[in-house]
Write a new protein. Sequence first.
Length: 269
Amino acid sequence: MNIEHPRQQESTDDGHGARKKYVTISVDDGHSTDLRTVDLLQQYGLKATFYIPGANAERPVMKPSEVREIDRLFEVGSHTLHHLRLTWISEEEARREVCDGKKASEDMLGHEVVSFCYPGGKFNRRAAAQVAEAGFLGARTCRYFQNDFPANPFSWDISTYANTYPAYVQLRHCLLEYNFAGAYNYITTFKARVPWASQFICALEAVSRDGGIAHLYFHSWEIDQNGEWAELEALFKIIAQYSLTPVTNGYLFRRWHEKRGSVNSLPQV
Ligand SMILES: [Zn+2]
């Protein structure tokens, strides 16, 4: 895996107690429109993790040669073997989805895969334990409006999902996921903004000021379907103007463990 050293000098946490300031992007599902996202990320010097399932009955997954091309430039994470919601299937089936998905990705790429993302954002204690037992370093959720390192790396939340919903839908989603801090942050830090790009600018502002992680998540297929490539590029341009360190999700998972001394020798991600 040809990643990941932040291209900028890390700007804080230099022994004076200030918090580091990161920006990371995750892109789910491995649709071929991800290749357009790759071009944009490169254009603006940003980093990302692409969570790609082995197969997906909901929409096509790109060819292995294309996944390997993305892996050469960015990080590829696991999104299970068949993109099944882990909380909707049996314990044994869920374990196979997690473990066999990891092995399939590693066989395809020829190196270890350390980052995981729950299909549909569906997870519970059992799923998180299975992901940890499989040897992943962390797992991303679909809980929004969070800009901090989490207490648990297997429930790693994000700042903004690039899809526009009314404010009441955002709040309802937070409450359904028991994401009470996210609901509070949506009203305060994110100013109850509705357009997703505008929301993420709130995350950039907050992290610039207080430190933490501004984490944007989207599906390229959805950006394409909604005709929002211009909005995505405009946001990438804005992100690049902030003095945040662009990193992959895997870099942050690794940092989480390093800070706690829970892993001695980790792969470079
Ligand atoms: Zn997905």
